[in-house]
Design a protein around this ligand. Structure first.
Ligand SMILES: Cc1ncc(COP(=O)(O)O)c(C=O)c1O
Length: 351
């Protein structure tokens, strides 16, 4: 704290990202990164771009990447917005589309950045309890509000909502923007991008951090009606004209040029998720059915914090949230075969 701080800085409760440990040889299953590296084509493209060009600013509009994403998702380039990771896209959404003097609705168990964005922009947050089994109940998202946002699949539960239920929420709230955060969609849910032409209040966000193995490159995007995208462009151009650097722009394009690798890498995680789920269940864990690249699990005989600490002693780090309803759960990222073997090998001794 310092007298130089603007008063609003004192009120902020910043988001705390999962630990990025400096130690090597840890089995890192705490931040939902992909266990495999990016496509070799991505690395090739980045290497080719890393030269004299770097003295020049990148394309502020990211036109080539926008065209690639528009083509991939069957929309127009005017329906695509790019950001430095989907976190930045979400920040601009809260600023540009959710400040209406009314509460924004999201599930009580969800991505913990949403309340942080509400805090920085003084938006009232209204947490809607998910069902006992962690599923989102579409009928609970109705009434007067300033906007709605939830991930599909949800995080940290991993539960997916059927597209028909997503559509019910979007169609039932035509006067506010409904944002579907699809950070994990490629691991098992159906994308709502196919609905954007029917609903001018629908905005879908995605990221290259998870299924494209590019968390380190920081590329995210939104797809929706061009009026919504125009609002986000206005915010972005009032904040930072160049959120994506040259390496990120070419790397991201190359990622969408290698569909075979994407399929291979996604199938790998889905296969390993099935194996980890079965292994945990055999050890007595309750595992929430997951459509993502992580699972939320609890053991009836052990507190979540104790389990996380015991795993850490064995150099395995998972995410534990000290939060009502999930304090006895662990969120475990699906790792490589060897990492998952290490997890499943360490647990019998602990439980
Ligand atoms: C639900 C959800 N949305 C968005 C993000 C942000 O991803 P990124 O900023 O890496 O695109 C995350 C990251 O973990 C997430 O879990």
């Amino acid at each position: 704290m310092s007298r130089f701080w603007s008063p609003r800085v004192k009120e902020l409760t910043p988001y705390v990202p999962g630990e990025q440990p400096k130690l090597k040889d840890l089995v890192k299953l705490n931040t939902n990164e992909h266990p495999l590296g990016p496509s070799p084509k991505v690395l090739e493209a980045i290497r080719a771009e890393a030269g004299d060009n770097l003295r020049l600013y990148p394309d502020p509009n990211g036109d080539v990447l926008k065209a690639k994403l528009a083509d991939y998702h069957g929309v127009s380039t005017k329906q695509v917005f790019l950001g430095n990771g989907s976190d930045e896209v979400l920040a601009h959404i809260f600023f540009g589309l959710f400040q209406h003097g009314k509460p924004v609705l999201f599930p009580d168990i969800t991505y913990s950045f949403y309340p942080v964005y509400c805090g920085i922009y003084h938006i009232e947050a209204r947490a809607i309890p998910v069902a006992e089994d962690f599923s989102i109940r579409p009928e609970d998202y109705a009434g007067d509000c300033g906007g709605i946002i939830f991930p599909n699949p949800n995080a940290p539960s991993g539960r997916a909502l059927a597209l028909s239920d997503v559509e019910r929420i979007v169609a039932g709230n035509p006067d506010v923007v409904v944002v579907i955060d699809e950070a994990y969609v490629d691991f098992g849910a159906e994308s709502a991008i196919k609905l954007v032409d029917r609903y001018p209040n629908l905005l879908v966000t995605q990221t290259l951090s998870k299924s494209r193995s590019l968390a380190g490159l920081r590329v995210g995007f939104a797809v929706g009606h061009e009026d919504l995208i125009e609002a986000l462009e206005r915010v972005k151009n009032s904040f930072n004209s160049y959120p994506l650097d040259r390496l990120a722009l070419v790397g991201a394009v190359a990622a969408y040029d290698d569909e075979d690798y994407f399929r291979h890498a996604t199938d790998y995680v889905i296969r390993e998720r099935q194996r980890v789920t079965a292994g945990l269940e055999q050890l007595g864990f309750d595992v929430v059915p997951s459509a993502a690249n992580f699972v939320l699990a609890r053991h009836p005989g052990h507190a979540g914090a104790d389990l996380a600490a015991a795993l850490r002693e064995r150099s395995i780090i998972v995410r534990h949230f000290s939060k009502p309803r999930i304090e006895d759960h662990l969120r475990i990222t699906i790792g490589s075969e060897a990492q998952n073997d290490a997890l499943l090998g360490a647990l019998p001794d602990i439980v």
